[in-house]
Write a protein that binds this ligand. Sequence first.
Ligand code: PRT
Ligand code: ZN
Length: 288
Amino acid sequence: MESPSLRIALQKSGRLTEKTTALLQSIGLKFDTYKDHLLIRCRNYPIELLFVRDDDIPEYVEDGVCDLGFVGANVVAERRADVDILKELDYGHCRLCIAAPKEHGIREASQLGGKRIATSYPNLTRDYFEGIGQTVDIVEISGSVEIAPKLDVADAICDLVSTGSTLRANGLSEVETIFRSQTQLVRTRKQLSAEKTELINKLLIRIHGQQKAQSSRYIMMNAPAASLDRIRGIIPALKSPTVLPLAEEGMIAVHSVIPIDRFWEVMEELREAGASGIVILPIESMID
Ligand code: PRT
Ligand code: ZN
């Protein structure tokens, strides 16, 4: 029987846990987390959160035990999970890399044909080597893959990298990135009730609004009315800016939204155009 609440799987304890729970809270879900509780009910929505190992999330979602899941793209791709990817979430970034002992001087993955590659990602690794027309001997290891060459269990490894310090500490150098990953929101392909579908759509709109808000800032400034056209040209406005007359003759206030990555550039250009009293504010959410 279909559960009446939307059930969402997320990592119980690991690199994605904090950011995933923070994201859910930032879109208005109210819940408390308890160390020993695996299934937690939201106080203000018909939503249950199931806290599990990240490796189990694709299967839970595939089987419909959970309707949604927050999980690394690396896990989804390795499991070849039969799920729909609803959103890339821009956290938990990492790369699946082939690396070999520095002293071997391996420059290209094609030099590893016939060699032993230790990895926790046998499918992605095999697919990659097949793609470049090489056969390798995959040594599947569930953790601490980076020590496999030292133990002479393998000649090279294929493992996740974020800062690269684990590779460096183990005398390994990167040969090739074979997969780029970030956290994804995935949805079951099992048929869902209209209520659940509606709830998922609402969550998606909120996540989208939250992502957009995070990458934008609200900007307010004063300027001579004569500068308005120039200012309009500088602000890559998502909407046309709000323009208000000020008490001082010939002066206006301009309010708009700017993308955060152009923040400093825009500020400097605005000052040159005559803007003053520039104020930048964070935005809670943005819904189109
Ligand atoms: O217990 P559970 O099975 O749930 O957790 P886990 O130990 O399998 O996963 P966890 O918490 O380590 O990682 C969860 C997810 O975070 C991964 O599936 C990735 O999507 C993402 N992620 C992002 C990473 C990393 N960055 C990362 N650096 N996962 C693992 N690492 C490891 C990597 O395996 C290597 O050992 O960190 C080390 C390398 O890090 P750097 O910074 O030294 O390069
Ligand atoms: Zn895991």
